[in-house]
Design a protein around this ligand. Structure first.
Ligand code: FEO
Length: 397
């Protein structure tokens, strides 16, 4: 059964038995340009234990890796740290094949698994802090509610000091290498993952990191369910999460726009000139070539967001509505910002962008708009907007 898939040892009696998804480019609306992994882990305790599974189409790959270590039917326990289908999709087939003695999940996880699979497989709820005796190994379970689902849970293998952190400290990055020290170009993907998945729950991140620090939980290794395993410097990703969760505004601005006949683009370029003249690091993102999830990533450590939209049929341009809806949900705090754009008749689109930024507490300057093609005065107004935002970013530091 093992075939060509092999498990990768990560510590004594602990193996990575996940799957590599080289092909995925859209993860529920997030652009995964470098693919992803679905990490599952096998602990060869007296009661062989599988921690999480993989997305359903990758079940055979996981099973092959398990079979390179043991007969999959010898698995006695399964710990489901998270019910989202990229980690639980393989669970029904595994449960049917292996018939484990016990499947463990958080109390919310028990409900979430039932609501996904509508099955009669018993799942045992574990309490926050409960320690499971795997036979020669102990696994402590910690609820991490809303990181990033209500059911989310971390588990800590005490002897080897490995934190199985599920989505925590993960990233979408397919690689033939399994460890952080083998994949040095991970930073943007980690940032993108935080910005697009975790950002709305930043207050919970800060509370949880504080709780773990006070409990003395500083694991030697962090094994997430996506991307590399942190074995060289687990503290580094924890420190980055702490920084991202704090959402301190930096002297950086993101200018996002779409355009119909180039007028809103001219305004965007003038706004960017003003920001740049003030010394603000500025990233200009035309929406015809910038994915919403990359916009979110650039905003993670920015201090300002300026959004330009033409008006079409009395609405803001659809690509701008898309990105604003997405960013609103991500709840980035402490942004300065403004709307701008060109219009033909009444210019409702710019006001709609302003309203969307207001809902994000990011409309700190009045909107700038011009009819049809901007003249020199309109471009100077746009440039002055950039300069004002730049000056305010410096005051905020
Ligand atoms: Fe990787 Fe929330 O699933």
């Amino acid at each position: 059964m093992a075939g060509h898939f092999q498990a990768v040892p990560i510590a004594d009696k602990v193996y990575w038995v996940g799957a590599i998804d080289w092909s995925i480019r859209d993860f529920h609306g997030y652009s995964t340009n470098r693919g992803t992994t679905y990490n599952a882990y096998l602990v060869m305790a007296d009661k062989p234990t599988l921690i999480d599974t993989v997305k359903a189409p990758f079940f055979d790959e996981m099973l092959g890796r398990i079979a390179s270590i043991c007969d999959p039917k010898s698995i006695r326990y399964v710990v489901s740290n998270h019910a989202e289908l990229d980690h639980s999709g393989g669970l029904p087939a595994l449960a049917a094949l292996v018939k484990p003695e016990k499947i463990f999940a958080s109390a919310m996880g028990v409900k979430a698994l039932a609501a996904h699979f509508h099955w009669d497989v018993p799942v045992q709820a574990v309490k926050d802090g409960e320690k499971l005796d795997l036979g020669g190994e102990r696994l402590a379970c910690y609820e991490t509610r809303m990181l990033h689902w209500p059911d989310s849970m971390f588990s800590h293998l005490e002897g080897a000091d490995i934190l199985f952190s599920n989505d925590g400290f993960g990233m979408h990055l397919a690689s033939s290498a399994r460890f952080d020290d083998e994949t040095p170009d991970w930073h943007y993907e980690a940032e993108k993952y935080y910005a697009n998945i975790i950002l709305p729950y930043s207050d919970i991140v800060l509370t949880l990191l504080d709780k773990f620090a006070r409990a003395g939980l500083r694991p030697k290794m962090i094994a997430p369910d996506h991307g590399p395993i942190w074995r060289r410097d687990a503290a580094q990703i924890v420190s980055l999460w702490s920084r991202w969760a704090a959402q301190k505004p930096a002297d950086k601005a993101v200018v996002v726009f779409d355009t119909m006949w180039g007028s809103t683009e001219k305004l965007a370029r003038a706004v960017a000139e003003g920001l740049g003249a003030g010394g603000t690091k500025t990233v200009v993102m035309p929406l015809r070539s910038s994915h919403r999830s990359d916009v979110a990533t650039e905003i993670l450590e920015a201090g300002a967001l300026l959004v330009g939209a033409p008006t079409i049929n009395r609405q803001m341009f659809p690509s701008v509505a898309d990105v604003l809806s997405y960013l609103k949900g991500l709840k980035r705090k402490s942004l300065l910002g403004a709307a701008f754009g060109s219009y033909g008749w009444a210019g409702e689109g710019v006001q709609q962008v302003h309203d969307a930024l207001t809902a994000m507490s990011a409309a700190t300057e009045p909107p700038v708009k011009c009819q049809y093609v901007p003249d020199a005065a309109a471009l100077e107004t746009a440039r002055a907007l950039g300069q004002r935002i730049s000056a305010k970013l410096k005051e905020a530091k």
